[in-house]
Design a protein around this ligand. Structure first.
Ligand code: ZN
Length: 440
């Protein structure tokens, strides 16, 4: 049988705000010594009252807007209950039935919701005095976390990776998170099931009656391997006519296999109820307009613009991968207009020669290009004339080069350049010099 994967994603993104979601503790926790950024609120001590971080909510909504979501006029926070040592309150403040953003779309992928919640603490499994122990660090407890949930619209692993890379880029363009998977500021879970390929099946739009959740995915490479392994496992079971259990699975990279972790919870298991300590939130039209007004150009818009300039796909991708680089390119472009320097020239020296790395300011790069434009190069005849003279004057160096001392060539080129008072093109000198010496 021919199966196709049905994949949906849950992406968690830690926002890089100054303070945590419901208290004033610093949100940046990477590399900070354990339990030094905590207070009664994020430790869940009795009587402590949370106050929502406005900027975090705004950034969550901006993210939703970037994914073409509708923003809920009326929204609230809810308590999601479960017991785990990294969750001091025994509930997490999240959003249940009224998330900030719903019904988005990115290309062919439908976005179900984008909501705001708080991160949990972190468990560290280690050895202490010869004993295996688990330690808890609450620095991460209460850090603002945005959750994005897609519909199960992916039909290949490649499509999943492409989408996630675009999400990462978008978040970085918005400046709301570093979305660094290795540091855990972007984390993924994938729901996956298989069905018989559409053209072979009579029931075209029906989704399978199970899904397996893959958890703790911390890199794109790992994601690809874990999904491939799980697709293979499910296909083998279905081929044998077996039913697949609805559960949560992890991935063992050494054995290249997924393994069962626990059976999957349903929403009712979390006993959601409205958070009584935080008033519901109304988001007016004006607020949304303001947030939209401050929007940067997103990667997809930049791509469209650069395509119109006639840049090749390869150049476009290199320029778009960093917002700072794309901005640099555009500033240089505006400055270069009066000098008749083309878009392709600027993109070329940035992508191929990394000239933007040499000049901190776009103006410096443009100045360099103008200089190069104005150089009046020596003719082939002048170059040959100069080479003849240099070879005559530097007999020993020429002999050394002929004996295999390659590094002498640089010295000889330098001498020719000097003879030409800097007007020689290096490639031309090099080529002519080598053929002249070999021809002797
Ligand atoms: Zn705190």
């Amino acid at each position: 049988m021919n199966f196709e994967p049905i994949i949906g994603l849950e992406v968690h993104i830690e926002l890089s705000t100054k303070s945590k979601m419901f208290c004033g503790c610093p949100a940046e926790h990477f590399g900070v010594s354990p339990n030094t950024q905590v207070c009664p609120v994020c430790l869940g001590l009795p009587g402590a009252l949370p106050a929502a971080n406005k900027l975090a909510i705004e950034n969550c909504i901006r993210f939703g807007l970037a994914l073409n979501c509708e923003v809920s006029e009326f929204s609230k926070f809810d308590r999601k209950h479960y017991f785990y040592p990294d969750l001091p309150k025994s509930f997490q403040i999240s959003q249940y039935d009224l998330p900030f953003c719903i019904n988005g779309k990115y290309e062919s992928i439908r976005i179900k919701r984008v909501h705001m919640e708080e991160d949990t603490g972190k468990l560290i499994h280690t050895n202490l005095n010869g004993k295996k122990v688990s330690l808890v660090d609450f620095n991460r407890s209460g850090v603002p976390l945005v959750e994005l949930v897609t519909e199960p619209d992916f039909r290949s692993v490649d499509a999943v990776v492409k989408f996630l890379k675009e999400i990462q880029l978008t978040v970085r363009y918005l400046g709301i998170s570093t979305a660094d998977m290795e540091k855990g500021s972007m984390r993924l879970e994938a729901n996956i099931s298989l069905r018989v390929k559409e053209q072979e099946s009579k029931r075209v739009n029906e989704l399978p009656d199970y899904k397996v959740e893959l958890k703790n995915i911390n890199s794109f490479r790992y994601l690809t391997k874990a999904l491939d392994a799980e697709i293979k496992r499910q296909a083998e079971l279905l081929e044998d006519g077996k039913k697949i259990k609805q559960e949560t699975r992890g991935y063992d990279e050494d054995r290249d296999r997924t393994f069962s972790q626990r059976s999957k919870e349903e929403a009712q298991d979390y006993r959601y109820f409205p958070e009584p300590d935080i008033p519901p939130i109304r988001i007016g039209e004006l607020k949304i307009k303001n947030l939209k007004f401050k929007f940067p150009e997103l990667p997809s818009q930049k791509r469209g613009k650069y395509q119109k300039l006639g840049l090749s796909a390869n150049y476009i991708e290199v320029l778009v991968q960093e917002r700072a680089r794309a901005d640099y390119f555009e500033t240089a472009l505006a400055l270069a207009k009066q000098y008749n320097i083309s878009e392709k020239e600027i993109a070329g020296v940035m992508v191929n020669q990394n000239l933007d790395g040499k000049f901190a300011e776009p103006a410096g790069l443009v100045k360099k290009l103008v200089e190069l434009q104005n150089v009046d190069y020596a003719s082939q005849a002048d170059v040959e004339e100069a080479i003849k003279k240099v070879v005559l004057d530097n007999g020993k160096a020429v002999k050394d080069y002929q004996a295999g001392k390659e590094q002498v060539l640089g010295f000889l080129i330098g001498m020719v350049q000097k003879e030409l008072k800097g007007k020689g093109k290096i490639e031309l000198i090099k080529e002519t010099l080598i053929s002249y010496i070999h021809g002797r």
